[in-house]
Design a protein. Structure first.
Length: 59
């Protein structure tokens, strides 16, 4: 990784941490929310048989 790429990565992490602090979110909560949205956007890829494997989830 070049020096410029390291600086960019460090700044991205700093902005993320600052935004998490300002919004009162934890990283885990943000990731879980994004994973949930990704799953919802791709749920149509599951067959009916596969959906039945998860009776406690609403599709």
């Amino acid at each position: 990784m070049s020096e410029k790429e390291r600086k960019i990565e460090n700044e991205r992490k700093a902005v993320l941490n600052l935004l998490l602090k300002k919004t009162g979110l934890k990283y885990k909560d943000l990731v879980n929310a994004q994973v949930g949205m990704w799953m919802a956007g791709n749920i149509d890829l599951l067959s009916e048989q596969e959906r039945q494997m998860f009776p406690n989830l609403a599709f």
